[in-house]
Design a protein around this ligand. Structure first.
Ligand code: NAD
Length: 282
């Protein structure tokens, strides 16, 4: 098979930023986001740093509140409630994962749904389920934007989503269904993953297992979206074995440089949307 189309997330994210710069210039406020980070997990530190940096590059306001690993759930929620009341804050993002002693669901529920730029509040998840999304979780939104940019149709296609997490698998399956795809959600209890993948025209892999998807598991001409970010011996690997699978794929997203940059771009888009919705409310 000829070389596949590389789904270049960096390039697509740049085009999103160009559009956002125009939108931001028309807003009556400079959008402001507050990131809440708990503990010193290096991956979380690096994700929040990248998000803050991007805010700065777009002329948006982004700042981070860091809590110690031992912070109480009530203290985190207390901070969120005060940010909810602050009219100068448009977006609130709690960087996951949280330490085990903190009830993630309770924390996410305490965010004002109009400031929930990660789209994880039950109200926003419900709106997505009803096909009337407000804030779409950033990684799923980025996947759709990536496919759209490269004119890869999803309507009527058989899509396998690997993973059923609240942050990627479930919402991306919902979003693809909203876009008229025929979606199969595969997970750790799926009996015959290869059989499911072989009958799929598009595969979205979000499992967190380096190179789990191999060339013999996918059909010729498949479109691959690799969400995985796995740190192995100082290297970042996807959930798909890029080097072998690329010979069978018609299009494939690399790791890094595929879905990752799209996730941050969609966060910025949600922040601008939050500021826009709030300025209409006031
Ligand atoms: P998670 O651990 O919450 O969920 C993993 C899912 O994979 C589960 O639903 C589980 O059932 C499924 N799974 C595990 N082993 C499986 C197997 N052998 N076969 C089929 N399904 C299996 O993970 P998550 O938060 O959804 O993240 C998944 C991956 O995506 C991770 O590598 C994470 O780092 C990455 N990620 C990337 C971005 C990005 O911006 N690119 C954003 C979020 C997550």
């Amino acid at each position: 098979m000829s070389e596949p189309l590389i789904l270049d997330g960096k390039k697509v994210a740049e085009s999103v930023y160009q559009r956002l710069l125009l939108e931001v210039s028309l807003l009556p406020v400079v959008p402001r986001i507050v990131f809440l980070r708990v503990g010193e997990d290096p991956a979380s530190q690096s994700y929040v740093r990248s998000k803050e940096k991007r805010c700065l590059e777009l002329g948006l306001r982004g700042e981070t509140i860091v809590f110690s690993e031992s912070v109480s759930e009530d203290e985190v929620i207390g901070k969120i409630l005060s940010l909810n009341r602050d009219k100068d804050v448009n977006g609130i993002l709690v960087q996951l994962p949280l330490p085990k002693h903190i009830d993630k669901a309770r924390v996410l529920r305490s965010i004002d749904p109009y400031k929930d730029v990660d789209g994880l509040h039950p109200e926003n998840a419900g709106l997505l389920l009803q096909g009337k999304p407000r804030f779409i979780p950033c990684t799923p939104a980025g996947i759709i934007e990536l496919l759209k940019f490269y004119n890869i149709p999803v309507a009527g296609k058989r899509v396998a989503v690997l993973g059923r997490s609240e942050i990627v698998g479930r919402p991306v399956a919902q979003l693809l269904t909203n876009h008229d795809a025929t979606v199969t959600v595969c997970h750790s209890k799926t009996q015959n993953l290869t059989a499911e993948l072989l009958r799929s025209e598009i595969v979205v892999a979000a499992i967190g297992k380096p190179k789990l998807v191999q060339a013999n598991m996918v059909s010729s001409g498949v479109v691959i979206v690799d969400v995985g970010i796995n740190r192995v011996d100082g290297q970042i690997l996807g959930d798909v074995d890029f080097d072998t699978v690329k010979s069978k794929a018609s299009a494939i997203s690399p790791v890094p440089g595929g879905v990752g940059p799209m996730t941050i771009a969609m966060l910025m888009k949600n922040l601008v949307l939050a500021a826009t919705l709030q300025s209409q409310k006031n």
